[in-house]
Design a protein around this ligand. Structure first.
Ligand SMILES: NC(=O)c1ccc[n+]([C@@H]2O[C@H](COP(=O)([O-])OP(=O)(O)OC[C@H]3O[C@@H](n4cnc5c(N)ncnc54)[C@H](OP(=O)(O)O)[C@@H]3O)[C@@H](O)[C@H]2O)c1
Length: 229
């Protein structure tokens, strides 16, 4: 079973469709009830979609309890849900906007790890992929809060990799540059020069399915032409 946070739009939605097309079961979440209902209709059981805000620990706890009781631990956990600040210099970012980015990108990933990974550790197998960014390894003006969270994801994932038992893996993943709502927010019109989420998912999903214990702690980038320039 593949667990995807942020499955309602962008990369998460495209990955869900591609994993299911290849015969896998997907469990996914997002905040939008309408989009979650739409996804569940498009991808009926055994795949399952739930309205969950990953930044709210109680919601993640309830989601994990239900999934672990009925389906067991995920084989592949994709911490994909994310948000970016509106383009602005750091000194113009309010405390609330800064917190919102940290709460989803960093604390949201930690919440999901806290509630799902113990069952994976107990079983002794599974791969955890925390979505980083090119901006988790480099920086740019006007996206400082986002850069801060993605650099933090790289560090958090390296530490997690040192904690996992043999047989498991945690990797920080730079997906590349893909034309999603998030990219349009920071790149504006030039986002349209990058691959679509569906094109990206065709390359990313087989790449993700090959990850295993030998990848533990390796900072990886999805190999796809046009998305890494
Ligand atoms: N696109 C790129 O070029 C690019 C580059 C580098 C890294 N990334 C990373 O790749 C991941 C996916 O990005 P994307 O481009 O697909 O972004 P996107 O199009 O903005 O989609 C973000 C997804 O995350 C969900 N989400 C946001 N806040 C959430 C929350 N609190 N709880 C649960 N779900 C939440 C959104 O759904 P709802 O709004 O319904 O909750 C949506 O499904 C992110 O981690 C991003 O940082 C993307």
């Amino acid at each position: 079973m593949i667990l995807i946070t942020g499955a309602t739009r962008g990369l998460g939605c495209a990955m869900a469709g591609e994993f299911i097309r290849l015969g896998h079961t997907v469990v996914g979440c997002g905040r939008s009830e309408t989009e979650i209902a739409h996804l569940q209709k498009q991808f009926p059981p055994p795949s399952h979609f739930a309205t969950v805000d990953v930044s709210t620990d109680k919601q993640v706890a309830a989601w994990a309890k239900g999934i672990l009781e009925t389906r067991g631990a995920p084989d592949l956990l994709l911490n994909n849900a994310g948000r970016i600040n509106r383009n602005a210099p750091l000194w113009q970012i309010s405390a609330k906007e800064f917190s919102d980015v940290v709460d989803v990108n960093l604390k949201g990933s930690a919440n999901v790890i806290h509630h799902f990974v113990p069952a994976m550790v107990a079983r002794g197998t599974g791969v955890i992929v925390n979505f980083s960014s090119g901006w988790g390894r480099s920086t740019a003006a006007e996206v400082a809060p986002y850069c801060a969270t993605k650099w933090a994801i790289e560090g958090l994932t390296q530490a997690l990799a040192q904690e996992l038992p043999p047989g498991m893996a945690a990797v920080p993943l730079n997906p590349g540059i893909i034309n999603t709502d998030m990219l349009r927010s920071c790149f504006g019109g030039s986002a349209s020069g990058y691959p679509s989420p569906l094109e990206w998912a065709k390359a990313a999903v087989p790449f993700l399915l090959k990850l295993g214990p030998s990848d533990n702690g390796r900072p990886l980038t999805v190999p796809i032409r046009g998305a890494n320039d």
